[in-house]
Every structure is written in C-alpha cells, then in structure tokens.
Design a protein around this ligand. Structure first.
Ligand code: AMP
Ligand code: MG
Length: 370
C-alpha cells in the first residue's frame, strides 16, 4: 500500500461537505470503560504504521487480555496486508506488489493468496466501472505523485503535469493486462512499463480481512476505523440497536465538527474525498483521485461515503462514485445494494434512500444541513 505522507491540510469549509468518518467510540481515549458486573466492557485504542493512517479499534471484551487478543488479530492482519500491498517498500521474505511492479514484462511472480484475491477484486472493479477504478493506472498516478511531492516540498515549485506527459505514461494501463494464475498463485504484468497502484481498494480489503480475523478470534462486538474506512462488528452489547458513527466536516482531524450521525447495524462505511491528498497550483486544487478518461483529477464531487456489507467492495465503490458521472454512480450503487451520500463541489448533496434512512441529517431535512 502506498506509504505516503498524508498532507491533507484540511480546509474546513463551514458549509456543505461531509467527510472523514469518525467514531464516537474512538473518542473515548481511555483504555476502558466500566460496564455492568459480569458483562463485557468497552476497550478502545489506536495504532499507527499501516496504510498511512491512524487505525482506531474499539471492542467489547470481558477483560483486557481478551481485548488484547482481538487487537493483536486486527493489528497483525493490517500489518501483514500493508506489507503485501505496499508499492514503495521491500520487506524481507515478502513478495509484494512492489515486486510485481518490478517484474513487469518479465516472468510471473509468486505471490500470496491475499494478493491474488485483492487483484481479482481490482480487476472486477475495473470491469464493473468501465475502467474508472483502475489499479493498473500506476504510471499515471506516479506522475501525479511526483508533482504532488514537489509542490509539497516547495509550494513555489507547484506545477501541473502536461497532458503529453500523462498520456505517454498511460500507454499500458489496462487491468486486462494483469495476468493472474490462481492455480500457480502468480501474477504477471504483461508490459514492462505497467505499474499497479492499489490505493483505491487495498485498505478496504485489509479492513475486511482484519474484521474477519477478529471475528474468528471470538470478537462479537466492536468497530474498526482505518482513517475513515469504518467496519462494525455485531451490535453494541448495551442494548442499543445500532452503532452511531459520527460524520465529520471535510478534512476532519480529531476534534472537528460532527455534521451527521449514521446508524450502522453492520457492514462498512468508506469515504473518498478531494481533500485527503492534494496540492495547489495557481490557486487550483489537484487532488489524488484521477479520472482515467481525462488523466486529471476527477471533477464534481468533494466527498462521497459508501455503505456496503463488505469493506473492500465499499472502498472500490467509493472511489467509483467519486469518479463516475452521478447517474452512473447511482446505478452502480443500486446494482451492488450499496448506499451512498455525495457532496458535490458546489455544495449540493445527494443520497440514496437507504442512506437517508440511516442518516440523522438526511432524515431530518431531506437535505443535510451543514
Ligand atoms: P480512495 O481514497 O479509496 O478513493 O483511493 C484513492 C487512491 O487510489 C489514490 O490515492 C491513488 O493511490 C489511487 N487512485 C487514484 N485514482 C485512481 C483510479 N482512477 N483508479 C484506481 N485507483 C486510483
Ligand atoms: Mg476507495
């Protein structure tokens, strides 16, 4: 997974725009909260070092050692998958996405079943979105990455790549040229100039697997939040009918205003936003979600949050819903039984009916008041 320095200096707009899902639970920074005798207690903690984000984990357990067990399962899975999906760093004994990229055009690379599974998800998303979500867009994303880094180091140096540069980088960017051999557990990129960037789906895939590991370890009730990629497990054991997920204003670091509350009884909520990674040149913001049709940042949406039972699917769909024209995005959500809310650059907001039912703002006003 891209290990990039998050430089989303939040421009907190007073009006419109959702983002960064946060959890009320995660606000209870204390190690534990007492429950009724004989019952489970709530434990919360955070860790860093995976997927370029803070991971908050809240779980109900009978004691600290049980919580530790769940935490270990989650942290171990997130770390393992981070290393597998990294495109910038090597890890001893691990044949990761970076290794696949480096072997482009050469012999197939032996990889883990997780890489095979994640890349199959990526190819599916590519087909499903008419190429809008494209894990083979690496060469183009790498051009943007370079310009973003330069601009961030020295804002006087902020420049925008020319279409010629982007277009020549896009020569081999089809997911159809990712050759997967499930039986041999190998991957090969057909052309030497191909590069994978799995940033649009890897974190969701990892969150889903981490939740499954924690469940297998016995967790019945909890929430995992990897930088706005939220998954809930079971229900709160205190009789509440749903988890309350606070939706923060854009850019939303800790302490930023909660502008909506979602009631989730299961599954995942994943956000894509134009303020998560970007640079500014000549007063224009160039963010990190690139429309493969234009090779420039997708226009029109400021933030979108997608709800789906599977976190990997929700992650792919949130990137898709950010890029695709609204009508197509809406059809895609319906096709997958996903719910979503869109905040457009002009402040307009749209939500699916299912999202509206789960959202306090949507219920109250028909349009969220922000
Ligand atoms: P997300 O925040 O899940 O919407 O994913 C954004 C990340 O996905 C970016 O930081 C890039 O690493 C990568 N990305 C950007 N544009 C695309 C695209 N059109 N298809 C696939 N991945 C992309
Ligand atoms: Mg995504």
């Amino acid at each position: 997974m891209p290990v990039r320095i998050a430089r989303a200096a939040a421009i907190a707009l007073a009006v419109s725009a959702i983002l960064a899902l946060s959890l009320y639970a995660a606000r209870d920074r204390g190690w534990r909260q007492a429950g009724a005798p004989g019952q489970t207690e709530k434990f919360s903690t955070e860790f860093f070092g995976t997927f370029d984000t803070v991971v908050s984990f809240t779980a109900y357990a009978k004691d600290a050692s049980e919580f530790e067990r769940y935490l270990e399962a989650v942290r171990d899975e997130m770390t393992r998958l981070h290393q597998q999906f990294d495109i910038y760093n090597d890890y001893e004994g691990i044949s990761n996405i970076k290794a696949v990229n480096e072997a482009a055009g050469m012999a197939p690379v032996k990889v883990s079943p997780e890489i095979i599974g994640m890349l199959e998800t990526a190819k599916e998303a590519y087909a499903d979105t008419g190429g809008a979500v494209n894990a083979a867009l690496g060469p183009v994303l790498s051009v943007w990455h370079g310009y973003r880094e330069r601009a961030t180091e020295n804002s006087a140096d902020a420049r925008v790549p020319s279409y010629a540069e982007l277009s020549s980088a896009s020569a081999h960017t089809s997911c159809d040229d990712i050759e997967i051999d499930r039986g041999d557990s190998t991957v090969r990129l057909r052309y030497p100039d191909m590069r994978l960037d799995v940033g649009a789906i890897a974190k969701g895939f990892a969150v889903q697997r981490a939740v499954e590991r924690a469940r297998a370890a016995g967790l019945k009730s909890g929430i995992l939040n990897a930088g706005g990629n939220v998954a809930v497990i079971g229900l709160p054991p205190d009789g509440r009918e749903a988890w309350s997920i606070g939706v923060q204003a854009p850019g939303g670091g800790a302490g930023s205003e909660v502008i909506d509350i979602l009631s989730l009884t299961g599954g995942s909520a994943v956000t894509s936003g134009n303020y998560q990674r970007y640079f500014t040149a000549d007063g224009v913001r160039y963010h990190h979600i690139i429309d493969p049709a234009t090779l420039y940042p997708a226009k029109g949406v400021k933030a979108v949050t997608v709800l789906h039972p599977d976190s990997a699917r929700a992650d792919a769909l949130s990137t898709a819903a950010f890029i695709l024209p609204y009508a197509e995005a809406r059809d895609l959500m319906a096709k997958h039984g996903a719910e979503a809310v869109w905040i457009f650059e002009d402040g307009r907001m749209e939500m699916t009916d299912g999202y509206r039912r789960l959202s306090k703002a949507g219920k109250g006003a028909g349009r969220a008041v922000m």
